[in-house]
Structures are given as C-alpha cells and as structure tokens.
Ligand binder design. Structure first.
Ligand SMILES: Nc1ncnc2c1ncn2[C@@H]1O[C@H](COP(=O)(O)OP(=O)(O)OP(=O)(O)O)[C@@H](O)[C@H]1O
Ligand SMILES: [Mg+2]
Length: 451
C-alpha cells in the first residue's frame, strides 16, 4: 500500500485509497499526516537531530506499523470475504444452469395453453355467431294454438277392415269362378274320389320313359310308374273275383288319354305276376298296340270278325313272357259295324279258356261307341282319365254309362299324374303290399273276396 511503500517521508499518503467507511484507517492516516506536517514544520527551523523530530519519527513509525498490521489483517479478512462470495457465485451459477430445462417445460406448457386459449376463443366466437345467426332467422310459422288430441279421426280402421274383407272375398270369388270355368280338370286322385262314388283304382304317374317305349313297367321295377301299375293290378284282384279268368276292358272318353299305354303296361304287369295274359287290340280305328310292341300282322281282330281267320292263328307271342297278343289286323272301313259281329263273343270265349287275363284296348267312347258294345263281354271296365285334360263333366258321362249298362265292375284310372313325394304312397295306402287295396270296400263286397 501507499503508506508502507512511500520512500519520501515528506509526501503525504494518498488519502483517496481510504474507504469512507473505514474510520480507524482514516483517523490513523490523518494522524500520520498531521505528524508528518508537524515534522516538516519543525525541520524548517531545526535539524534531524532535534529531539521533537526524533520523537515524532518514533510515533510515526509506530503509527505506520499499526497501519500496516491493520491493512494486512484487513487484507486477510477481505480475502476470506472474496472466497465466500466466489462460493456463493458458484452456487448461483449451478442454480442458473438448471433454469433452461424448466424453461423448456414452461415453454411447452405455455404453447399448449396458447393453442387451447385460441381454440376456446374461436369456439366462443363461433357459438356467439351461431346464436346471433339463429336469432336473425325469423320463423315463418307461429303457434296459434298448441296441439291437443281429440281421438283418431283418420284412418278409419273399421272402414278399411270392411273394405279389405270385401276386396278379399271378391278376389276369392273371382279366383273360384275362373278355376271352375277354366280349370275344371281333375288334377289328383283325391279330387277324383271326391267327385265320384264309383271306385277309383289308382293313378298312373306321368312317366318320362314313355317317349321311347310304351312299355315302361319292365324297365325299372322300383319306378313310381311301375309301382302305380302294380297297385292297380292288386286292386283288380278283388274285382270280379268269381270269374275264372277276367276280361278287362280299357277305355276313355277322349282320344289320347292313355288307353293303349295303360292296356300294354297292365298286360305286362299281369304277365310279370305269372298270369297268362292276352292283349286284344280292339281299337280298329287307330290301332297302336302293334306300334307299342313293335309288331305287325295281316291277320287279327278285324279278320276274325269278318270270319276270315281262326282265332288261334291270330294269337302272337310278344317279347314278354306270358304275354300274347291279337293285333287289330287290317283296318276296315266299317270297323264299328264289324264289331257287332257274333265272332266277337267267340274271341272272348276263346280267351277265357286259354288265358287268365284278357286286356282289351278300345277306341274312345266320346267319339266311337265300339267300347260300349265290347263292354258287354268284359268282367271289369276301366275308364282312363288323363290328369292333363280330363274334365269333371266326363265323370257324369262315365256314371251314366255304368248306370245304363248295369256295369258291376267299373273303375277309374287317373293317368298322367305328376310325380309326387315317395311318402304320398304311404299316406294313401296303396301300392305297397297285397290286400291293402284301393278299390276294396267300395260296395263290391258281394262279388269280391279277400285273398
Ligand atoms: N302315364 C303316362 N306317362 C307318359 N306318357 C304317357 C302316359 N300315358 C300316356 N302317355 C303317352 O300319351 C300318348 C297317348 O297315349 P295312348 O296312345 O296310350 O292314348 P290313347 O288313349 O290310346 O289314344 P287313342 O285314343 O288315340 O288311341 C302316348 O304317346 C303315350 O306314350
Ligand atoms: Mg289307343
């Protein structure tokens, strides 16, 4: 310091270094300064050897020493204070270092806050806008009187109900009317049985095989059509049971109902049951058995009836065991007249002697009366109705024929019935098993006996 380092004792110590707040140092330096001034004054009039000067020098040295000791101690104290302050600075620096991380978190939160604030303000604005816009729309209607119920005035339920009942009944009547007028066909055996008291021997299923060959029963023994012929055969066993051999005549009212088809297949099914069967082609107008059996002959029924040939010579074997046939022979121009010939009965007599069953195919009685003539020789008359076009009126005609000719063994066959579920046969109890016949129990008890 300036006090200790001063080489010139006459110079004054630099008082500006002294802090204002250090009273001790200030007073000591002032004291030193005063003594220095006193020494200088004395030296103007005396020498160094002056006693007063010597005394002053000693006091000044002492003061100087005191000042130096004081300064040294102060220096130490200040150093310690500086160290303390440095430590504090270090602490604060560490605290400051952690500030950026917190700051970052704070910034993020503030950003979110900012966004949310903006969103909130935006929504508030929108809401206010909507409220204002809504308030701006004036309703076109105004409620004069609030709604209140006075009960149902419309629809009038009862009126609608009556209306629909009337419409439904009218529709039903129209449908019934049209069905009666245009659909007077007999479609199934149940309907046929409902319409007549005469026996119904069964129905023949419409066969898909018939296109190629008339004889369908020897193709598939399990086919429904075979089964239906078998059922009719069974039922006929109970008819005319007192006759040794039976003459079965097959006719129909309209042409094309399936007389020839039924005759040929019935004859075959009897033959398959080991019965000796004779098939007679007595439809001299439109003979088709020869076509069905794929045969032809110059002699036959027509030549027998005009007395030209012996019956025995006209009998031809067929490809089927036990089945023989007399074909029609040449078609005569007056077929209906020659049917009246007395030789007709002879054919049947011959047949009865030689065969178990004689199946006779005839012409349709709606067009030609031949069948009515032949019928007198028959034990059983079968009347074929075709489900495709058999009209209900035909039943009345058939009943009249039965009545007029006092026919005892008569039976309807409903031909060409569409295929049904297998269960159908079980339901109606025919076609499976002997003695469970259909025609049985229709008032033929006197002439029928159970096997
Ligand atoms: N159940 C049936 N299934 C399939 N086809 C049948 C059936 N019945 C008859 N048909 C067919 O119908 C046609 C007429 O049958 P069919 O010749 O037997 O009748 P029809 O009564 O003898 O006729 P017409 O009076 O002219 O002699 C034949 O082609 C025959 O194959
Ligand atoms: Mg025919």
């Amino acid at each position: 310091m300036a006090v200790g380092d001063s080489k010139d004792d006459k110079l004054l110590p630099p008082s500006f270094y002294i802090g204002n707040d250090d009273d001790y140092l200030r007073s000591s330096i002032n004291e030193l300064y005063s003594m220095q001034m006193s020494r200088n004054r004395i030296l103007y009039g005396a020498t160094e050897a002056n006693k007063g000067v010597g005394q002053l020098d000693q006091t000044m040295d002492l003061v100087k020493k005191n000042i130096l000791i004081y300064i040294t101690n102060s220096k130490k104290g200040l150093r310690l204070a500086i160290e303390d302050i440095n430590k504090q600075i270090e602490d604060y620096t560490n605290i400051i270092k952690t500030v950026p991380q917190t700051q970052r978190g704070l910034v993020t939160i503030q950003r979110k806050l900012g966004v949310n604030e903006k969103m909130y303000i935006y929504l508030l604005e929108k809401r206010a806008n909507t409220i204002i816009a809504r308030a701006g729309i004036l309703p076109e209607t105004s409620i004069i009187e609030t709604a209140h119920s006075i009960g149902i005035t419309k629809p009038n339920k009862q009126k609608i109900l009556y209306y629909f009942i009337v419409v439904a009944v009218t529709f039903a009547l129209i449908i019934i009317f049209f069905r009666v007028i245009f659909f007077s066909r007999i479609e199934n055996i149940i309907e046929l049985k409902r319409l007549t008291k005469l026996p119904v021997l069964g129905e023949i299923i419409l066969s898909t095989e018939a296109n190629q060959d008339y004889i369908v029963v020897d193709k598939d023994p399990k086919a429904q059509v075979t089964e239906s012929f078998r059922a009719i055969r069974t039922n006929m066993e109970y008819m005319a049971s007192d006759a040794d051999s039976k003459v079965i005549l097959v006719t129909s009212y309209n042409p094309g109902e399936g007389k020839t088809f039924c005759s040929v297949n019935l004859a075959t099914i009897f033959a398959k049951a080991n019965k000796k069967v004779l098939l007679l082609e007595m439809d001299l107008h439109k003979p088709k058995i020869q076509k069905a059996l794929n045969m032809s002959s110059d002699i036959g029924v027509s030549t027998i009836l005009i007395g030209k040939t012996e019956i025995s010579s006209t009998i031809l074997p067929t490809g089927i065991d036990n089945l023989s046939v007399i074909l029609s022979g040449p078609t005569p121009p007056n077929a209906s007249e020659i049917i009246l010939s007395k030789q007709l009965k002879e054919i049947f007599d011959y047949g009865r002697r030689e065969f178990d069953y004689i199946i006779v195919d005839t012409a349709p009685i709606g067009l030609i009366t031949d069948a009515l003539v032949i019928m007198k020789n028959a034990d059983i008359s079968l009347f074929v109705l075709n489900a495709k076009y058999a009209k209900k009126e035909v039943i009345a005609i058939a009943e009249e024929i039965v009545e007029n000719n006092k026919l005892k063994n008569f039976g309807f066959i409903l031909n060409g019935v569409k295929r049904r579920r297998a269960g159908y046969y079980y339901n109606y109890g025919y076609g499976y098993g002997k003695g469970y016949g259909y025609g049985y129990g229709y008032g033929y008890g006197n002439s029928e006996k159970k096997s």
